[in-house]
Write a protein that binds this ligand. Sequence first.
Ligand code: PLP
Length: 347
Amino acid sequence: MIDLRSDTVTQPTPEMRRAIADAAVGDEQKREDPTVIELERRVAELLGHEDAVFVPTATMANQIALKLLSRPGDVLIAERHSHVVVYEYGGPAVHAGLMVLGLPGNGGRITAEQLRSAVPQRTKAADQAPTVVSLENTHNNAGGRVWPIDLLAHTVATARELGLSVHLDGARLLNAAVALGCKPSAMSAGADTVTLCLSKGLGCPLGALLAGSSPLVERARREKHLFGGAMRQAGVVAAAGVYALDHHVERLADDHARARRLAEELHASGIPVELDQVETNFVQLDVAPLGLERADALARLREAGVGLSATIHPTVIRAVTHLGISDEDVERAVELIPRALLAPVKA
Ligand SMILES: Cc1ncc(COP(=O)(O)O)c(C=O)c1O
């Protein structure tokens, strides 16, 4: 199957497996794993922060961050379709006691004006107070959309002015950096905490990092332990991360080019794709104009040998390019997808 369901389906390459096999390791919980320490140092530098902590998943990184930046009963502001709101099982409420104020986004982005209206002037000490905002770049449910750097800076500056802490869910921040041709730190240095995921476009089997100031990351290590995320010889996994930082960042541009080609050729074949929304490695297709239900469309594609997946939008499905998708796969997919979706509906 040409597996375009997600960039999380990648297999470690033979070279990455060699790096894993050769990793120097130690007891990570005791801060004795040299490979974990190296990965944390490199990611902190990449993201423009003092320190970073290695955790098993980006979900854990997000949840730890929100807990660090708030108190129970506070309000979290986030775009309403963001990962922390939709896919983390109510984690902000469960772990941090946060109430969520979900704002409608444009391409997953929320504006300074939206923040201003969401944070009213307090009239009494007991007023409910938003204290933290979480921004997502690239935005998964918006279809891998990228924040223009000035808009991100303006929203972050406004959050600061309003007294909000800022978490950046940059699970795919390197996709955004490659798409814009900028340093990742240009987007992440202004946030209090930043999540970076290793198991998506970077092609690692698992792992994520949370970056921030040294005192915040110190507290994050304690939270990580409380979440059950303090590990032992975790260098076997961190080695994949170090390898990916050396070898799998620039190649994200190939994923983006393949997504663009997929989008353009599908569009030319009559498949409803909004070309101007394809900014990174996601291509979203709306099957409603084809007279198809989402489940039917996905079943047809599966049968044809192409895996796509559902999105939060009831009639939109997505194709995601990644390390395991070649030019030949794209060439084949642009034949198979229209054939499967444009075939007449059986009576
Ligand atoms: C934007 C974003 N943040 C966080 C996550 C969570 O990642 P993980 O599966 O590593 O917990 C995802 C996963 O798809 C994501 O898309």
